[in-house]
Design a protein around this ligand. Structure first.
Ligand SMILES: C=C(O[C@@H]1C=C(C(=O)O)C=C[C@H]1O)C(=O)O
Ligand SMILES: NC(=O)CC[C@H](N)C(=O)O
Length: 934
């Protein structure tokens, strides 16, 4: 679709703009605003690839003003003051934008060097929110709490069509009036009103406002609800919304012009750019940013996972030979006349295949559409522990096949700290490995295409439910991986966040899988490797291995990325045999009789309510706009039933109890991201019923995120008949009760759709502004779109609000890099992300969230990715529980460590805003846990 064009706007040539980011999570949305003013020209000249995806031909793409060469975002706390001053002195930039952000403009800690920057800049400056407050503080104004705290709400902003508002169309105020009437309505022309979004807790005071240095060009009348009194306090009635310097080219806006719900954001930016253009003497064009200035921006750093530590090793891995890993597939017919469901296939397969490394079942249960799913058995697993920066590979002896019983071996390596201070990290290392593997799977033609820059993917409305996993990685990024993904994050000096020998990321490689497509047919997929005979090698020890690239390290261990022809044949035969004789169920110890254990919350209701109170206080103080507060519900697996939940490799097979529980969970809370992962050697089993997509990426680089916000329990017949009886004050008939429940359920969904607080949450954190900004940090500026805004989706047990945001990955941003840039999922942190994450660590008492709140799913050999947000999920694991371990009195008898060693957890939480009602937030947490526990 064509980006909006503004025929009435005189868009000037784009100046070189430095956006200083004070760690807000909306800053990148300013790029979207720029791209609406400077859309790249598009033509209809497309080429389609073998998947039917259309690409714009590179030769047709002439970009008049490529904003990626003109506008950069730089984290303010990473930019040395001297570097900044040199840019100014050497005339490397034409104007500066100061971003929004958490904290206070009158506190140096929150706005490092900013007062000096404002002092020493003679160029045009635009301050947004925190940025405007800083300009005002610099001129002598004071910062106070705003009388109307509304994060993510649209407010009417009044102005006089002057200053930054001089490009706003008068038509809005004059609509419906004849031209003579318009002539006579001078007062209407004189005062205008624009709907703009506010995200501030603080505001600039009218008292001692420096009228000699700044003028106020827009304001908002607060609806105080009080009648006029003698002692009028203007700070309580009217907030300052825009300012302009009297002697200097500085402007500021208190609202967020870049928010999706702000009207006229582009006109306001255009006005600033015009003033910049005039300031510089209206040149025909501005030069491009020089390379060393572009390099200051993290958006252009870390492409392709940064520099490998040993370049030579990396290139030899991706030699442009024929594909060394060949994708292969075979679809089975339905000889029995009936298609096997995925439960039958899974149980049938695990009955036949005893895989010590575990099982993978990407289940995807839907009550609305036919279910699709993928089942696989890993050939090796990589885990990562962030506290020690250690990677462990779990693998089988290469002289035996995956189907036979044998021991799982492990080998570890550690990332060394590099002397130049630019440490490699797991995301980058894994990403480079994935890129190398992907190239080994490409044909010559595909490799050629992948080398072409800027293929613009025009359409890719693909079927949402089609399984796209062609084999490759399946696993998760745990929440603590935030330490390597969030720019500016510093590990708390005290507290156990991410501490201990935890598994913070886990990726299992699967080269043989079987998938149920929507039509009910099963397809086996495999990755065939070159047939070479390998000597089994002894795992090398830590030290030697530091900084080795993934592929050479794994090859050194003798693991196989591809299966052999024989391995493939035996896989097909096994799948056939399950399809032919689906008389399974022997693996299910007691079908249908699994009982969920009791779970105990780590916090009391009171403690959680206190946490909410702290969240609201932080929001009030301007440190966050929304915080996703969470806690964990825990059940220690008792000694008696411990055997049943065995997760160690003593038994070769899946743990029967955990599978029973999963089979129950998938029925009770069917979810699009239902998943069962059992990795005995990693000592973790995951039973998930997540409804939420974190992100999906197609091999063509289309990326989509689908955050959820707002949760209501459903009303269901017959479960809620007592509720109906209570409402009617009598016993209803069966049909009465059924239609009452149906109507009530519909009303709850509708109410959620219309709820003011939920809509604000949606707007604010995830759905639009936060997620857009996440995508904007890895996508081409003009590609980020919101095709679905705040849609109601109904699952088995809950109604939720969902929004879809899509974009096209920038050249050179690999899929792992895209995950890294958007991690952790915004729906689990709140905004701004960095500050919110750090506040939540305190409010959640420095407990590690573990797998919960992270992202789980597949990263396919062909580059396709689909990850869910790990919520509504039971984690069964070995290790030290994060809570005070001795709460349970039965632990005291010697067996303490052993017994405390295996436990189940379910994390749950909800987003807290200023408008949150603490008790209903706690209810929401319980609703979420009940959707899992039943
Ligand atoms: C935190 C959880 O859920 C998140 C918070 C939601 C909300 O605030 O409404 C909804 C879905 C999730 O993004 C959870 O389920 O534990
Ligand atoms: N969005 C913002 O920039 C907020 C600025 C400041 N922290 C406030 O709350 O007022």
């Amino acid at each position: 679709m064509a980006a909006p064009i503004f025929p009435t706007l005189d868009v000037p040539p784009c100046p070189r703009t430095l956006i200083l980011d004070f760690r807000d999570s909306y800053t990148a949305n300013l790029l979207t605003l720029f791209s609406t003013l400077y859309p790249p020209p598009r033509t209809n000249n497309f080429e389609r690839d073998q998947n039917g995806v259309a690409y714009q031909l590179e030769t047709e793409k002439r970009v008049a003003e490529s904003i990626s060469e003109k506008v950069i975002i730089v984290e303010a706390d990473t930019l040395e003051l001297s570097t900044y001053l040199r840019l100014i002195k050497e005339k490397q930039i034409d104007c500066v934008i100061l971003s929004p952000g958490p904290g206070r403009a009158d506190d140096e800690k929150d706005v490092p060097n900013l007062m000096q920057i404002i002092q020493q800049t003679s160029l045009p400056i635009l301050g947004v929110c925190l940025g405007m407050q800083a300009i005002a503080v610099h001129c002598g104004a004071s910062i106070i709490n705003t009388p109307d705290l509304k994060h993510g709400h649209v407010i009417p902003v009044k102005h006089k069509y002057t200053s930054l508002f001089d490009r706003l169309p008068h038509a809005q105020a004059l609509n419906g009036l004849s031209s003579t009437e318009q002539e006579n309505k001078e007062e209407l022309k004189a005062e205008g009103q624009a709907d703009l979004v506010a995200y501030n807790s603080l505001t600039v005071s009218w008292n001692n406002f420096p009228h000699d240095k700044l003028c106020i060009t827009a304001w908002h009348d607060v609806n105080t609800g009080t009648t006029e009194s003698e002692n009028r306090n203007v700070d309580a009635e009217r907030t300052i919304q825009a300012i302009e310097g009297i002697h200097r080219p500085v402007w500021g806006v208190q609202f967020h012009p870049e928010s999706i719900a702000s009207a006229h954001g582009a006109e306001i930016l255009c006005s600033f750019l015009n003033k910049t253009h005039t300031f510089h003497g209206s040149p025909v064009s501005f030069p491009k940013l020089s390379t060393h200035v572009l390099n200051l921006s993290p958006i252009y750093q870390g492409l392709d996972g940064g520099k490998p530590s040993r370049p030579a090793e990396q290139t030899s891995e991706i030699e442009e030979e024929d594909a060394m890993l060949e994708s292969i597939a075979e679809t089975f017919g339905t000889s029995s006349g009936r298609s096997l469901n995925s439960e039958e296939m899974f149980t049938g397969l695990i009955d036949r295949i005893h895989s010590p490394l575990g099982q993978v079942w990407l289940d995807g249960v839907s009550t609305r559409a036919p279910s699709t799913s993928s089942i696989a058995f890993p050939s090796f697993i990589i885990t990562y522990t962030i506290s020690t920066r250690t990677v462990t590979c779990h693998f089988l002896s290469s002289t035996t096949t995956a189907d036979s019983m044998n021991h799982v071996k492990t080998a570890t390596m550690r990332f060394a700290s590099s002397p130049d201070g630019h440490d490699d990290d797991f995301f980058n290392w894994f990403g480079r490995g994935q890129t190398a593997l992907k190239r080994m799977n490409m044909t010559q033609g595909e490799r050629w295409k992948a080398r072409q820059p800027s293929v613009y993917c025009a359409t890719s409305e693909e079927d949402d439910r089609k399984p796209r996993w062609k084999g490759g990685w399946v696993g998760w990024w745990g929440y603590e991986m935030k330490a390597e993904s969030l720019g500016g994050y510093h590990r708390p000096s005290r507290g156990a966040v991410g501490g201990g020998e935890t598994v913070d990321a886990c990726w299992a490689w699967c080269n043989r899988l079987v998938q149920r497509e929507q039509d009910g047919l099963w397809t086996a997929r495999g990755i065939l490797g070159a047939e070479t005979s390998k000597e089994e090698q002894t795992p090398e020890s830590h030290a030697d291995l530091s900084q080795r690239e993934m592929l050479s390290w794994l090859e050194g261990l003798g693991v196989d990325f591809g299966t052999t022809r024989d391995g493939w044949k035996s896989w097909i035969a096994t799948c056939h045999s399950v399809l032919a004789y689906p008389d399974i169920a022997s693996v299910i110890s007691n079908p249908g009789s699994a009982r969920m254990p009791d779970f105990q919350c780590d916090m009391t209701a009171d403690q959680y309510l206190q946490g909410i109170h702290k969240c609201r206080q932080a929001i009030y103080n301007g440190n966050s706009y929304e915080l996703t507060m969470t806690t964990q519900f825990r059940s220690r697996v008792s000694s008696a039933s411990r055997e049943k939940f065995e997760t160690t490799p003593k038994t070769s097979n899946t743990s029967p109890e955990s599978l029973d529980l999963y089979l129950q969970l998938r029925q009770q809370n069917p979810a699009p991201y239902s998943t069962y992962l059992c990795f005995p050697s990693v000592r973790i089993t995951i039973l998930s019923s997540s409804p939420e997509r974190f992100l999906r990426i197609t091999p063509g680089g289309r990326i989509e995120m689908k955050p959820i916000k707002g949760t209501r329990a459903r009303v269901r017949y017959p479960r809620d008949v007592p509720m109906c009886a209570e409402a009617l004050i009598r016993t209803p008939t069966e049909s009465e009760a059924a239609s009452w429940c149906e109507e009530k359920d519909r009303q709850i969904g509708e109410a959620l759709r219309n709820d003011r607080k939920e809509r604000a949450e949606n707007l604010m954190v995830r759905i639009v502004d936060l997620i857009r900004s996440d995508l904007q940090s890895c996508c081409t500026p003009d590609s980020v779109q919101v095709p679905k805004l705040i849609a109601l989706e109904t699952y088995e047990t809950v109604h939720q609000l969902v929004t879809t945001v899509r974009g096209q990955l920038l050249d050179g941003v690999s899929e792992v890099e895209a995950v890294k840039r958007s991690f952790p999922p915004g729906s689990m942190t709140g905004a701004p992300k960095l500050r919110s994450v750090q506040l939540l660590e305190q409010f959640e008492q420095h407990q590690s969230r573990g797998v919960y709140s992270g992202a789980m799913g597949y990263m396919s050999i062909d580059g396709a990715v689909d990850l869910s947000v790990v919520i509504r999920t039971i984690i069964i694991q070995d290790g030290q529980p994060a809570t005070a371990p001795c709460r349970e009195s039965d632990l005291v008898h010697g067996d303490r460590t052993e017994a405390a060693n295996r436990y189940m957890t379910i994390g749950a939480g909800g987003a807290i805003t200023w408008l949150s009602d603490p008790l209903s937030e706690w209810d929401e947490v319980l609703t979420k846990v009940r959707s899992v526990v039943g």
